[in-house]
Design a protein around this ligand. Sequence first.
Ligand code: DP6
Length: 328
Amino acid sequence: MAAAPISPVTARAHSNIALIKYWGKRDAALNLPAVGSISITLDGLYTDTRVGFHAGAERDSVDIGGRKVDAAPFTRFLDLIRARAGIDYRARVESWNNFPTGAGLASSASGYAALALAGSRAAGLDMSPRALSILARQGSGSAARSIFGGIVEMHRGEADDGEDAYAEALLAANEWPLEVVVAITDRNSKAVNSTTGMSAIDTRSDYYDAWVKHAPDDLAAMRAAIAARDFETVGALAEMSCLKLHGLMLSTRPGLIYWNAATVAAMHAIRELRDAGTPVYFTIDAGPQVKALCAPEHTARVAAVLAQVPGVLDTRISGLGPGAHLLD
Ligand code: DP6
């Protein structure tokens, strides 16, 4: 038996945005990704999660942003922690995002990373960052990356048990000060979440095999561009991976269309800015928000231009942020 549960623990994990995208699973039960991915962890978007295990409670309870939600998906995840810690206590989980939930701003990434850290500590475990990333991955693939700060690579891995499907940092946040302007074009939760969108094998795209086959080349090119601090190549590769992902989504049966009119207008605005000499590139996940990647000296201009795009409701600016950490 591990140590008895300690008092509730609060952890903060930051959201991340993939520059080389993850989409597709090689094992759904263990949530093993079919492709590796490379992301940046964002300082400005985060989840705080408090977890306590209680001897008297009959079932897990989960609040997100002060509202009770169905605990079932979280119970499955908490069971992984309980099994590892050798405890059977039910948990009380309270979580807050400082950004809209479920609208393509990676709340599952920051959420499960914060839950992995707070939950494991509250259960008396002291897990390494790599082990935490393996745990967080079982909640959400992108969450494995939010365990780390800066620029992060998630490995697809080959092992059946998923022990080599972990994330690790490529650069710390202070090693390359990049910034992101998030253009929010819709505050509502998305219609088809990432897990559902990428799940049904029979509705997958004819392009899926090509997506998986070429991922190692995209990852290698991105790794090299990051090592060389070559912003133009990083940006061009990120835009390419984003458009390739959305090509894949659009060609799924039925096609997944995550963009709205403002999403497309913002993409064009970013390309116009670039044509006029500002180095800025876009990326978009499974939602309608557009994230513009640029160097800090161009952020104010990029944000001002995006704020003027019809349908853009708000903009948020973020630098690169730290890995998941404890708050108390
Ligand atoms: C488009 O990590 O949310 O944001 O593993 O099923 O929880 P699950 O999926 P999730 O998918 C993220 C998809 C993406 C691209 C990315 O973040 O790499």
